[in-house]
Design a protein around this ligand. Structure first.
Ligand code: DSN
Length: 411
């Protein structure tokens, strides 16, 4: 049993290079975070060796007595964290979790309401190039052009007109709190199943910094690696009446063997999120995002919906005469990672859209304060202005490294 050092120095070098990039770069990608060493230890454990198709106490392979305990712990902690009736912790990631839900409760061709991708939704919420848009009849709701907000009156109108089988509330680039209660009332009014995809805000919900749809929605999916700060993966939570269908929808419907090493790491992350410190973390993520949004607007950047209630925001970079891609490339040059994004009603193409999505989960994990966030916006603004000037960018890169060294991560 040789170590990586003795087996594959090339991969070891690349891991070290990536560690260095993460340590001395600023992570503003809204869907990313830094996991604890505890989560990494569980992910890199012997649990990776096991096959355990089936569920706790009902496996299709022998030798699962330890795995059963691991999975049951992950389930129990997930229930304690979110207060759900039933939890399936086996989804490999967000899209498979959503696919399993659709598979469990819909038939191909059934109608579903979901937020349009370029208005902040997600590929798996009905985009035509995704399985969801190909297999199901998604009707997409939008945000308002003027305010950047979802108008629940319009969602209700669409629901009354279309009579969907399911209404999906969730997003990957919307910076405002969703009105869970209104979504649920509309779903009840039209007799639809209510589903929430809380992938982006699960950590904020677990940290009690924003409201949760879990107590009243029928089905809730979430990835575990964003604000929740766990390993890459997902869970499906639901009311007991959907439990059997959801479990069958995932296995054998969608997936084979669960990734037990990742499920152990989910259990670790849930335990971490159950600690009182995690509530501080969740609140600080939002405060940092609000400080950054305000600072950006003070400097003349247009932020979609003029602010944020959560960890993310989409900046319309054309307000500064650059595209989202140009901004992403310039910021990358100084060691700041972001992701280009469409803005609602974007006239530019998705590969070079008008917007830039940023978020504060990762910088808050490494201890950035509101003062650091103000300094960071200053650095970003200088970078955008100096984007053609290689010499200036290399000076700014040094400022980024200094800021990172103030908040060491893994090294
Ligand atoms: N790719 C994720 C995000 O960046 O929001 C969603 O799946």
């Amino acid at each position: 049993m040789k170590s990586l050092k003795d087996t594959d120095s090339v991969i070891l070098d690349l891991i070290q290079k990536e560690t260095e990039r993460q340590e001395h770069g600023i992570e503003l990608i809204a869907s990313e975070n830094y996991v604890s060493k505890a989560v990494m230890e569980a992910t890199g454990s012997v649990l990776t060796n096991k096959y355990s198709e089936g569920y706790v106490g009902r496996r299709y392979y022998g030798g699962n007595e330890v795995i059963d305990e691991v999975e049951q712990l992950a389930i129990d902690r997930c229930k304690a964290l979110f207060g759900c009736e039933h939890a399936n912790v086996q989804p490999l990631s967000g899209s498979p979790a959503n696919a399993a839900v659709y598979f469990a409760v819909l038939k191909p061709g059934d109608k579903v309401l979901g937020l349009k991708l370029d208005h902040g939704g997600h590929l798996s919420h009905g985009h035509p190039v995704n399985f969801s848009g190909m297999l199901y009849d998604f009707v997409q709701y939008e945000v308002e052009e003027e305010s950047g907000l979802i108008d629940m009156g319009k969602v209700r109108e669409i629901a009354l007109r279309e009579k969907p089988k399911m209404i999906l509330a969730g997003f990957s680039a919307y910076s405002r709190n969703l009105d869970w209660k209104a979504f649920k009332e509309i779903a009840d009014e039209v007799g639809a199943i209510s589903m929430a995809d809380i992938s982006h805000v699960a950590g904020l919900i677990a940290g009690k910094a924003i409201d949760s749809p879990v107590p009243f929605f029928d089905i809730v999916t979430t990835t575990t690696h964003k604000t929740l700060r766990g390993p890459r993966g997902a869970v499906i939570m639901c009311k007991n009446e959907f439990a059997k269908a959801i479990d069958r929808g995932l296995f054998p419907g969608m997936q084979g063997g669960p990734h037990d090493h990742v499920n152990a790491a989910k259990a670790v992350a849930f335990l971490e999120a159950l600690q009182p410190e995690f509530q501080d973390y969740a609140k600080k993520v939002i405060v940092n995002a609000q400080v950054m949004a305000q600072e950006l607007m003070n400097r003349g950047y247009k932020v979609v919906s003029n602010g944020t209630d959560n960890h993310l925001m989409v900046i319309d970079m054309t307000s500064k005469g650059v595209s989202g891609k140009e901004a992403e490339v310039a910021l990358e040059e100084v060691g700041i990672s972001t992701s280009r994004s469409t803005v609602p009603f974007d006239t530019r193409k998705p590969m070079d859209p008008s917007g830039l999505r940023i978020g504060t989960p990762a910088i808050t994990t490494r201890g950035f304060t509101t003062e650091d966030c103000v300094e960071l916006v200053d650095i970003m603004d200088k970078t955008i202005q100096a984007r053609e000037n290689k010499e200036a960018l290399s000076e700014i890169r040094k400022e980024v490294v200094t800021l990172c060294k103030k908040h060491p991560l893994y090294l």
